[in-house]
Design a protein around this ligand. Structure first.
Ligand SMILES: Cc1ncc(C[n+]2csc(CCOP(=O)(O)OP(=O)(O)O)c2C)c(N)n1
Ligand SMILES: [Mg+2]
Length: 359
């Protein structure tokens, strides 16, 4: 299969060239399923995301923010997705309709830590919402990241719009929509399956569900008669996959294959990724660490064992990301909150719906 841009960049690294020249392979690297530099990059982005989210939780616990929700436990899923996308603006690039646990994808796409901190601390400098939405509710028009919304599930029906535009333009971009397991109970999920799979009008859309087996405090086992959520796609003739979203290697390899298929065939695929929820639902449920399977720990152990990472490097990276997060918090403290007068910005200005006082 063709190399992605990330892989191409990494395979030209000097260390690899030297190994190739001497026709030597370090014994522990023989069985690596992905290039060493790519594995290191995936790990460092997962680590950066976790440290960022833990910084956001500290900010909440210190009383410097009102609410936290985010993606610890979804790093192994979200980082490969961010690395594999075609990033840009307009239908030629991939469109994202994500949910509120998408920090790993945004970090992998290049979001600076300070952006997430500005949103978390509701500062007017927040590029996504001007400090007016919850943490994790990102929006980057320049990367086709449509606004993440709090009403769960609605992104599934909205995503049809960008996929239809891409189909009409016969463009190279695909649409990617994500949500949680409980959100698939909303009619929007069925809407998405129906519109994505109409005969001869199939859409280039990657429909994903991150199954953490919880909808706030309601357990998956009490709500689902089907074996896998992905099985619902079969009724619509949509190819389906259930993957271990706690394994970044499996996720990267499968997503790469699936995204290539969607790009080439212009047809939908439904993927269910099994993930963890490591700090509970949100700050509303306490935000303490819950000992579920931790993809970061498992990946770290694997890479250490295979000689891809050294303990010293991990310590250095941790210090670097901790410092970046702490400095971001210190800077954002000095930045202004949104003003009362800004409240009518970015709405249907001068429209009859623009100002409730005119109703
Ligand atoms: C339409 C709607 N109904 C209810 C809620 C309240 N609510 C917020 S998150 C959530 C659970 C979502 O669970 P899931 O879709 O599995 O995503 P997860 O939080 O587990 O990632 C609910 C019911 C909401 N935000 N929107
Ligand atoms: Mg859930």
């Amino acid at each position: 299969m063709a190399q992605t841009q990330v892989e191409k960049k990494m395979s030209t690294k000097k260390s690899n060239q030297v190994l190739h020249k001497k026709n030597k392979t370090r014994p522990q690297e023989k069985s690596l399923p992905l290039p060493k530099e790519l594995l290191r990059s995936i790990y460092s982005l997962m680590l950066k995301t976790r440290i960022l989210e833990e910084r956001l939780i500290k900010i909440y616990k210190a009383g410097e923010a009102f609410f936290w929700i985010g993606g610890p436990g979804e790093e192994a899923w979200g980082v490969p997705l961010g690395l594999l996308c075609h990033k840009g603006q307009g239908p030629e690039y991939d469109f994202f309709h994500l949910h509120y646990r998408a920090t790993p994808t945004l970090v992998a796409m290049g979001m600076p830590m300070i952006d997430a901190v500005r949103l978390m601390m509701n500062r007017s400098t927040d590029p996504c919402t001007g400090g007016r939405n919850f943490s994790g509710h990102y929006c980057y028009p320049q990367w086709n990241i449509t606004p993440i919304t709090s009403p769960i599930g609605i992104q599934y029906s909205l995503s049809i719009g960008t996929a239809r535009v891409q189909k009409r333009h016969n463009s190279k971009g695909i649409t990617i929509v994500s949500g949680g397991d409980a959100g698939t109970a909303e009619g929007d999920f069925a809407t998405c399956l129906i519109w994505a799979s109409r005969p001869k009008q199939e859409l280039p859309i990657l429909i994903t569900v991150q199954n953490n087996r919880w909808g706030i405090s309601t357990s998956y086992s009490t709500q689902h008669g089907e074996i896998h959520i992905a099985d619902r796609g079969k009724a619509f003739n949509i190819p389906t996959h259930v993957i271990n979203g706690n394994d970044p290697i499996e996720t990267y390899i499968k997503l790469k294959e699936i995204m290539t298929y969607i790009r080439e065939k212009g047809r939908p695929v439904l993927v269910e990724a099994m993930v963890s929820r490591l700090y509970g639902h949100s700050s509303a449920s306490g935000t303490n660490f819950i000992p579920e399977e931790d993809s970061l720990q498992l990946f770290e152990q694997k890479l250490l064992k295979q000689g891809v990472l050294k303990e010293m490097e991990i310590t250095e990276w941790k210090e670097k990301f901790e410092l970046e997060g702490r400095q971001a918090q210190e800077q954002v403290r000095q930045e202004p909150a949104p003003q009362e007068s800004d409240v009518w910005n970015h709405i249907y200005a001068n429209n009859e719906n623009g100002d409730w006082r005119n109703f």
